[in-house]
Design a protein around this ligand. Structure first.
Ligand SMILES: Cc1ncc(COP(=O)(O)O)c(C=O)c1O
Length: 494
């Protein structure tokens, strides 16, 4: 390559001063990519650093830092006064830079199951807007307090900063035990609690160690894809069980899938229909599970936010057979990005789950666990729940009133006495969920079709009337009003 070409290529290296990544790192990455794809070949001399800084309008130190890193990694050879050269030992890739090589070999069978298990999950994208589901009110969170609590821990690192207990930080498990007993009637000792990276990891670990490929598992339909994903990933046959006004239809499951080894339920607040499981259903579920020796996974994800009366007692509190694993999360009560959750296992299962957690990631990051323990112990947790519950209730009321006022002829709301979202059914059969959701996106409004939660393999017994799940807790009042106006226009075809 001629020197002039090399200079042109270097001048075109993409450097963006707006990025948080330092310029020398960007320069390092650009040069490395050019060396690896052969644009700058082995043995070629790079321009002296002074020329280089002029070409790119960067400081000499930036170039020296990038050269130093590339030299340390073996891409460049240099000697003072002799110049800097691309190492002759670098093996360049002959393929054109744009063409990514094919997958080296097929994924394993298990790998394919894992990869496919949640392939249609909708991840949140872009700024918050009406009516995003699953989101708590993050701007209510006392980040200043959290910052202070974490900073205090960082100032005094102790032995926990090494590898620590896979079950999680013991003082946190002790505090959770007291909290869960008081608020949800959960009966446990700290030794039964395993701290996880969100409830997602708990669901994954449970599916992994409790189910063999081919085992059957009941799954609410419609239901939470974050739960059916891990079940499928384990190779289980997911059996969709309908949900009615009393919750999961236990008799249906017992009749059509008596061989189930695991039953997944959201008894406090069914996702997405919002119903709470009645006491007779709870007792029937536990009796059946105990008799069949099937595990019950109780996913209690948002029951802190109950707007009428006290939170309902958990299924776990009624379990006498040691079949219920209670799964909780801090994602809704604090915020999802924290990635903290927990499971409360029957005593005989706890140690196995601790071992599985160790295999997955040794343990959850220690400082957030410590900060959470302090957050609970110093009363911030209780205060945050109370404050946020009031705010959520106001937004829920605003949404319910708005629907009644402006869309009462179009939508009928499902139960709305807890959680962060509610479901609204179309009153007119001609509306199609997907079409309404698409029209919503065109107008900047997120409208989650209830069909998103349906198992495609479910039969007519699981059919639910068409409608939408509407998140309200995180959505500011003006945005709720805006969303309702747009939804009204869509439903009325304007
Ligand atoms: C039913 C259900 N369980 C659990 C969660 C929380 O998952 P995680 O703790 O992994 O954030 C959600 C979040 O949307 C949910 O809807």
């Amino acid at each position: 390559m001629q020197a002039s070409h090399l200079h042109t290529m270097i001048a075109a290296l993409p450097l963006d001063r707006a990025l948080p990544e330092p310029l020398f790192r960007q320069l390092y990455a650009g040069l490395k990519a050019a060396i690896l794809d052969g644009s700058i070949g082995p043995g070629m001399q790079l321009p002296p650093t002074r020329d280089f800084c002029q070409l790119l309008a960067v400081s000499r130190q930036t170039v020296l830092n990038a050269y130093a890193l590339l030299t340390a990694e073996g891409y460049l050879d240099g000697a003072v006064g002799r110049g800097t050269f691309v190492s002759r030992d670098v093996r360049v890739s002959i393929a054109p830079a744009a063409a990514a090589p094919d997958l080296l070999r097929p994924l394993s069978e298990r790998g394919q199951r894992v990869v496919r298990a949640m392939d249609q999950v909708a991840f949140h994208r872009g700024p918050l807007r009406a009516f995003r589901v699953g989101m708590p009110r993050i701007d209510h969170f006392p980040f200043d307090v959290w910052n202070r609590l974490e900073a205090r821990r960082w100032r005094h690192p102790d032995h926990h900063f090494g590898y620590s207990d896979p079950a999680g930080y013991l003082p946190l498990r002790e505090l959770l035990c007291v909290y869960l007993q008081a608020s949800r009637g959960v009966q446990c000792t700290p030794q039964q609690i395993v701290i996880t990276s969100g409830s997602q990891q708990a669901l994954f670990l449970l599916s992994t160690i409790l189910l063999a490929p081919g085992d059957s598992a009941w799954m609410e339909s419609p239901g939470y894809r974050g739960a059916s994903g891990p079940l499928r990933a384990s190779g289980a046959q997911v059996f969709p069980v309908p949900v009615d006004a009393q919750g999961l239809d236990v008799a249906y499951g017992a009749m059509h899938c008596p061989q189930a080894k695991l039953l997944y339920v959201t008894p406090s607040h069914q996702l997405p229909l919002g119903v709470s499981m009645s006491l007779p259903r709870r007792l029937a579920l536990l009796a059946w599970a105990a008799q069949q020796k099937a595990w019950v996974v109780e996913d209690d994800y948002d029951s802190e936010y109950r707007y009428t009366g006290a939170p309902l007692a958990s299924l776990q509190s009624l379990d006498r057979a040691g079949c219920v694993v209670y799964v909780g999360t801090l994602s809704k009560v604090l915020f999802p990005g924290l990635r903290l959750g927990y499971m409360v296992a029957p005593p005989a299962l706890a140690e196995a789950l601790v071992q599985a957690k160790a295999v997955a990631d040794r343990h959850t990051a220690i400082v957030p666990q410590m900060a959470l323990a302090d957050f609970i112990a110093e009363g911030h947790f209780g205060r945050h729940i109370r404050r946020t519950r009031d705010s959520n209730a106001e937004r829920r009321d605003l949404l319910l009133r708005g629907i009644a006022r402006e869309l009462g002829d179009q939508l009928a709301c499902g139960p709305a006495d807890s959680g962060l979202e509610l479901c609204a059914y179309f009153r007119h059969a001609h509306h199609e969920e997907e079409a309404v959701a698409r029209a919503g996106l065109e107008r900047g409004v997120e409208l989650r079709p209830l069909g998103h939660y349906a198992d495609p393999a479910a039969g007519p017994a699981c059919a639910t009337p068409p409608g939408l799940l509407l998140g309200f807790a995180a959505i500011p009042p003006a945005e709720i009003e805006h969303g309702l106006r747009e939804l009204g226009r869509i439903l009325r075809g304007r």
